[in-house]
Design a protein around this ligand. Structure first.
Ligand code: FES
Length: 56
């Protein structure tokens, strides 16, 4: 599912970034570009990051 339409970032890509070493929302944002335009997706993006970090 697309989390960020502006940058075309999916929840899978966010998880992937975390599995590859990102350990904060900020790092995920820098790695994927999520929430760097309109910012409307920030809430959902943060939630995916939180859930994924909680899982590992
Ligand atoms: Fe993510 Fe606009 S939907 S920055």
């Amino acid at each position: 599912m697309y989390v960020c339409l502006c940058q075309g970032v999916t929840d899978g890509q966010i998880r992937e970034a975390i599995y590859e070493g990102c350990c904060s929302y900020r790092e995920v944002r820098e790695a994927t570009g999520v929430a760097t335009q309109c910012g409307k997706c920030a809430c959902v993006a943060k939630q995916v990051v939180r859930e994924t970090l909680g899982d590992i």
